[in-house]
Design a protein around this ligand. Structure first.
Ligand code: UD1
Ligand code: MG
Length: 489
């Protein structure tokens, strides 16, 4: 266990996020498949914090609903009507053990690229220096409205000044406050009640703790982060997209380093919860969404979307959308297939072009190769479902199941009206409408007997091109058969 483990991480997530102009609270907007707050929770746990507390206020019920589902161990802290990051941390501390000792990290619910590794490095630097406060800083040519780091003549950090409160000279400072800190718990507890709201925004500023800690004889340190993206927060949807893109680049690079070939990372989107085994090949235009998993040597894409879908080793999935589906090892799917929830394709099975499946268990080696709808179905091992087959699963009121036994065969353009069962080794003739069960080895045929009506075209369309073609063909046929007879003679 890490002896320097932080006693707590307090994640600030009470702000409104007005610039998102959204009905959804800012921290619930998603990148990489996870809400911004989900990324902050993962970083906090990455730092092995003993307690993780989230400060909420705006849309608290919706935010809490997400927290409870993503991380039931997280402590919820409610912020009251007093505004400011200082008040937010005070409320966070109130939800924790009043005797809490050690290091308390403060992070933000809207800074999604911050990593657990960075928080661990921050904690180590803070503890090693014996600091009262350590703030993560970074430098930019124009740090815009960020708080500026004011250093003394000896180079040590004196205080942070908010942009709105800064003098022109202070606004020239390039080093800014990321808003992420390590505090000694005792220092924080002592300083926060002393902070007032006498500033440009009338808020309790957390940044005021630095000066108070220094005045009390504590050491204030800066931890410079050279990976600027880790300090970047989301304020509007432009930043949301930009950080989403950077996160995706990082995710793609991580998988490439693990041995996955990604032909075009710019058009490949992989969610943070997806997993891909080595030697998988991801072709352009592919999205790997949710908790999807891709097996070794599988080939995915181009232009494929997998949502919470499992793909086995050596499978091929081309130009397909699959949602909550399982695709077995060595199976082939696509192009232009639509696999809806509950689709399970067995080892070496096939779901081909323009096929839609839903709640369909297609066993090992079974094939639905062309132009079919296969819903509420079991297709036995080694069976073949012909082109254009429709599993009519819905009677207008209820859904019913169709079961095909092993090594059964359905001829093209058939309709299987559920509920209906084909036994092992049963056959259905092309163009049949099946409403009754078919026994083992039986052939079911439901279409009418074929009748050929002689001379119909010449009678009903006497001057047509078809009539002329038929007449010519009849002459040729007669000649050929005469020649044939002559040869034989
Ligand atoms: C804060 C810092 C600033 C720093 C910047 C980095 C202060 C006074 N200023 O500025 O120095 O450069 O972050 O992004 O701390 N929040 C609450 N409750 C509140 C107010 C905010 O939970 O009452 C949360 C917000 O949801 C957000 C975070 O705290 O996640 C930061 O709030 P924000 O208003 O963006 O801080 P700034 O004023 O921009
Ligand atoms: Mg603000």
């Amino acid at each position: 266990m890490n002896a320097q483990r932080p006693a707590a991480v307090i994640i600030l997530a009470a702000g409104e996020g007005t610039r998102m102009k959204s009905d959804t609270p800012k921290v619930l907007h998603r990148i990489g498949g996870d809400p911004l707050l989900g990324h902050a929770l993962r970083a906090a746990h990455g730092a092995e914090a003993e307690n993780v507390a989230v400060v909420v206020r705006h849309e608290r019920d919706r935010v809490i609903e997400f927290i409870n589902q993503a991380d039931p161990t997280a402590i919820i802290a409610d912020q009251d009507e007093i505004k400011g990051t200082g008040r937010a941390v005070e409320c966070g501390l109130l939800a924790l053990d009043p005797q809490l000792q050690g290091t308390v990290l403060v992070t933000m619910g809207d800074v999604p690229l911050l990593s657990g590794e960075t928080l661990t490095a921050l904690t180590e630097a803070h503890v090693t220096a014996g600091a009262a406060v350590t703030v993560i800083t970074a430098t930019l040519d124009d740090p815009k409205s960020y708080g500026r780091i004011v250093r003394g003549a000896d180079g040590s950090v004196e205080r942070i000044v908010e942009f709105k409160d800064a003098t022109d000279a202070e606004r020239e400072i390039k080093e800014f406050n990321s808003g992420i800190y390590a505090f000694d718990a005792e220092v924080l507890r002592t300083a926060l009640p002393k902070i007032g709201t006498d500033n440009a925004q009338g808020e309790k500023y957390l940044t005021d703790v630095l000066q108070l800690a220094r005045e009390a004889g504590g050491k204030v340190e800066a931890f410079l982060c050279d990976d600027i993206w880790q300090t970047e927060g989301v304020n509007d949807r432009v930043q949301l997209a930009r950080l989403g893109k950077v996160l995706n680049q990082r995710t793609c690079e991580r998988w490439m380093r693990e041995g996955v070939t990604i032909v075009d990372p710019d058009t490949t989107w992989i969610d943070v919860h997806a997993t891909i085994e080595r030697d998988a090949l991801i072709l352009p235009g592919t999205q790997v969404i949710g908790a999807s998993t891709i097996g070794t040597h599988a080939v995915i894409g181009p232009d494929t979307t997998l949502i919470d879908t499992e793909v086995g080793a050596h499978a091929e999935v081309k130009r397909t959308e699959a949602n909550l589906a399982v695709i077995g090892a060595d199976a082939k799917v696509g192009p232009f297939s639509y696999l809806r929830p509950g689709t399970e394709l067995g080892v070496g099975g096939k779901i081909g072009g323009f096929v839609e499946t839903k709640n369909a268990k297609i066993h090992d080696g079974a094939k639905v190769p062309h132009l079919a709808y296969c819903g509420d179905a079991v297709v036995g091992e080694g069976s073949n479902v012909g082109a254009g087959t429709i599993f009519a699963n819905y009677d207008g009121t209820n859904k019913h199941q169709t079961v095909l036994g092993k090594h059964s065969f359905v001829g093209s353009n058939s309709v299987l009206v559920a509920p209906v069962t084909l036994a092992d080794g049963a056959y259905v003739a092309a163009g049949s409408a099946i409403t009754k069960n078919v026994g083992p080895g039986e052939l079911a045929v439901t279409r009418a007997q074929q009748r050929n009506i002689a001379g119909w075209v010449e009678r009903t369309r006497p001057d047509s091109a078809a009539a002329a073609a038929a007449a010519a063909a009849r002459t040729t046929d007669a000649q050929t058969s005469t020649e044939g007879e002559q040869e034989q003679a």
